[in-house]
Design a protein around this ligand. Structure first.
Ligand SMILES: C[S@@+](CC[C@H](N)C(=O)[O-])C[C@H]1O[C@@H](n2cnc3c(N)ncnc32)[C@H](O)[C@@H]1O
Length: 251
């Protein structure tokens, strides 16, 4: 299956650092806050669509036994390298969230940076949530973020160019509100020897889900929504929050 993040894996972390505040820092503080306020003791944590592993590594460093799942072999390779450098032990598995199949249950699960919006339809999302619920002990929390309509209207309708050390990105985004579908075509020019460049294109597709759609699917699949909070992605200058943070309980 085509995996756009295989193309983006080499620059993903660097790219995140180019934002005013890397989103992984926002996730880290929200995760810690939630764990503290719910007095959750370290157990087994499942990071769904773990990417290059920042949340998985954070949790392993804080004493959790962590499994990270992602569909991109390239992203998982980066996650494994980073984990080795930190001398941590995390199990990384190449699996799709909709087909999640690990023969164990967890006490906490998370899925961050609009990974849930990468699931292309309500049917597939229901399948994914069902699988997540199967892998959680009763009363366990599942936290994730989703992109808001404001995010798609403001960020997914623009073309931008980024010049970083060693590569240039051309990002062409589009969003069709009537179908709730968003697409990002990311052309990467990577500098090679003697001023030459290689070119590759990653095509990422997302689906905007309304709060009602998400809540209905969560309720259908054995989750109770405890809270949903607005999250500002880059700064407080955002007209509206671009993300929503969901805290759900497995019931
Ligand atoms: C925007 S990245 C987020 C990565 C990471 N969670 C983070 O916070 O940086 C989205 C990730 O979702 C993964 N992904 C997309 N669809 C997936 C699916 N159906 N199952 C598993 N992983 C998926 C991609 O490979 C990519 O690593």
């Amino acid at each position: 299956m085509y995996e756009p993040y295989d193309t983006l894996a080499f620059l993903y972390d660097d790219w995140q650092k180019s934002f005013a505040k890397p989103y992984s820092e926002t996730v880290a503080s929200l995760l810690r806050k939630e764990i503290r306020s719910n007095r959750i003791k370290p157990g087994k944590f499942l990071d769904l669509a773990c990417g290059t592993g920042d949340a998985a590594i954070l949790m392993a460093a804080e004493g959790w036994s962590v499994t990270g799942v992602d569909s991109s072999a390239g992203m998982l390779r980066r996650a494994r390298d980073k984990t080795k450098k930190r001398k941590l032990n995390i199990s990384f598995l190449q699996q799709r969230m909709e087909e999640l199949d690990i023969q164990e249950t967890f006490q906490l699960a998370g899925s961050f940076y609009d990974s849930v919006n990468h699931i292309p339809s309500k049917r597939q999302l229901q399948k994914m949530l069902k699988q997540v619920r199967k892998h959680l002990d009763a009363e366990s929390l599942f936290m994730f973020d989703s992109n808001t309509l404001s995010c798609y209207r403001n960020l997914w309708n623009i073309t931008s160019v980024g010049h970083e050390d060693g590569y240039t990105l051309i990002i062409e985004n589009s969003f069709n509100e009537s179908t709730a579908r968003a697409a990002s075509s990311i052309t990467v020019f990577q500098r090679e020897k003697e001023g030459k460049y290689s070119k590759s294109v990653a095509r990422v597709k997302e689906r905007w889900y309304t709060d009602e759609e998400l809540e209905t699917l969560l309720n259908k699949t054995g989750f109770q929504v405890m809270r949903r909070d607005p999250v500002y992605l880059f700064s407080y200058d955002e007209p509206d929050p671009y993300k929503q943070w969901w805290v759900c309980k497995a019931v």
